[in-house]
Ligand binder design. Structure first.
Ligand code: 76R
Length: 265
């Protein structure tokens, strides 16, 4: 099979399931134990695959029970792991509640060095400006690689929602010229940067791949920070005027033994 690997970035699947406990309780204790071993071994296999990450979640509220976030380069591999995960606890135990398919991507609005010099009124060659530029360069190297090849931490609170940019009447993001969009996005980024260290955001592109245009995955250590950033962003013009959102899922990232207990498996 020829691998389906993007030139840049990884494929990303958010997979949320309901657990059918009425089927599960028909299993003998031994069958339940074997099912959990199967899922545990599959997760180990996935995590041992090169450039592959798998996050495991208990979902808050009955929107879903169990969730996975899978990041891996080859779509054949992603698809194969996805089918195995769905069946891992036995047929009809996991039923899909929601899923989202996207790709990590660089941003077309990432600030260039030249734009940074103009916006911050820097004078290259002057020690003060050079120090600021060195800091900018360091941040951008990290940021560019993080967006396309993220390493997600085990922070406990994960918020996922899909979003699109509006295309209606005078509020059509796609009929704005590039400079206007870039200007608006730099306001968005300014708000975002004030949450540095508290919110880790991963924006993955899904135009043509799923219902919305991006998947937004926010990782945090508290629910307050998730609520605060999403609220504050609503006042920023990019969100206030141009953003449309899908359903929100709050996930708790848990290690597997704890996850089994939490889900009454
Ligand atoms: O520093 C840079 O140049 C990167 C700036 C940046 C871009 C280009 C950035 C920063 N984002 C970008 C793109 Mn974002 N982001 C969201 C949401 O709920 C809402 O209202 C919106 C959901 C959040 C919470 C968030 C957080 N961002 C995007 C895009 C792609 C747009 C496109 O291509 O048209 C979307 C859909 C989107 C949505 N953003 C940040 C954050 C945070 C916290 C940051 C700061 C990151 C950092 O510097 O550490």
């Amino acid at each position: 099979m020829t691998p389906l690997i993007p030139n840049e970035g990884w494929h990303v699947l958010h997979l949320f399931y309901h657990i059918d406990h009425s089927q599960w309780f028909l299993f003998s204790e031994d069958e339940q134990r074997q099912a959990k071993v199967r899922l545990t071994e599959l997760i180990q296999e996935i995590r041992a695959t090169q450039d592959t990450q798998l996050l495991t979640f208990s979902i808050v509220s009955p929107k879903a029970d169990l969730g996975f976030m899978l990041l891996t380069p080859d779509l054949h591999v992603a698809n194969s792991f996805e089918k195995q995960l769905t069946l891992s606890l036995g047929p009809e135990i996991l039923t899909p509640a929601y899923s989202y398919f996207s790709l990590t991507e660089p941003s077309e609005y990432t600030m260039t060095r030249e734009q940074h010099i103009v916006e911050e009124k820097l004078t290259p060659g002057e020690p003060d400006s050079d120090a600021k530029l060195a800091e900018f360069d360091k941040r951008m190297v990290h940021y560019r690689s993080y967006r396309v090849y993220p390493q997600l931490p085990d922070w406990p609170v994960v918020c996922f929602y899909p979003m699109s940019k509006r295309r209606s009447g005078t509020d059509n993001w796609y009929s704005l010229d590039y400079e206007a969009r870039r200007e608006l996005m730099s306001g968005h980024a300014r708000v975002g940067r004030t949450y540095s260290g508290r919110i880790l955001q991963l924006i993955t592109g899904s135009t043509g791949l799923d219902e919305h245009e991006w998947g937004v995955t926010l990782l945090s250590k508290t629910t307050e920070d998730i609520k605060a950033i999403v609220y504050e962003m609503r006042f920023d013009e990019v969100s206030a005027r141009y953003a449309e959102f899908g359903d929100f899922y709050i996930c708790l990232q848990l290690p597997l033994p704890e996850l089994f207990k939490r889900l009454c498996l």
